[in-house]
Design a protein around this ligand. Structure first.
Ligand code: ZN
Length: 148
């Protein structure tokens, strides 16, 4: 007897589905203003984060031991910003902004377009899976990205 899965609810941390059909389980993320920003084949909450600013790491190019995520980013770009790291040194960030409200969404270390570098970083709490809803972790660790 075939198993019928009719539930459309998104269950938080089950990645079991992705083994069956990873491309079928695309997730859509919105800016807090409701603008569509990102569609990706994996839940952002399941991806690794940077230690420096807790940004979510999206692999945008295949590596020697890892495959790139399938995703599309809908965002504006701007001049690069130089960020000082407490660990020493500076980091150049090419940032992405919401096309509607210009909220900072994420960045990469190489010039546009998206995926020109191996990784894309999404700011912690910048995006929500539900249109018009502020993400749960939006105010999590309220601190400037320069770190302590
Ligand atoms: Zn926005």
């Amino acid at each position: 007897m075939p198993k019928v899965v009719s539930r459309s609810a998104v269950s938080a941390s089950s990645d079991a589905i992705s083994t069956a059909s990873s491309t079928a389980a695309l997730r859509v993320y919105y800016c807090i203003c409701g603008e569509f920003v990102l569609v990706i084949d994996k839940s952002l909450s399941s991806l690794p984060r940077r230690k420096t600013d807790k940004a979510i790491i999206i692999r945008s190019q295949d590596g020697p031991d890892a495959k790139a995520q399938v995703f599309k980013l809908n965002a504006d770009t701007a001049e690069p910003v130089l960020v000082e790291r407490t660990t020493g040194g500076h980091e150049r960030q090419y940032r992405f902004y919401c096309t509607r409200c210009q909220l900072l969404i994420g960045y990469q270390s190489t010039p546009p377009p998206v995926k020109s570098g191996p990784f894309l970083y999404i700011l912690n709490g910048a995006l929500s899976q539900i249109q018009g809803q502020v993400p749960e972790d939006a105010f999590d660790g309220e601190q400037p990205s320069e770190g302590e």
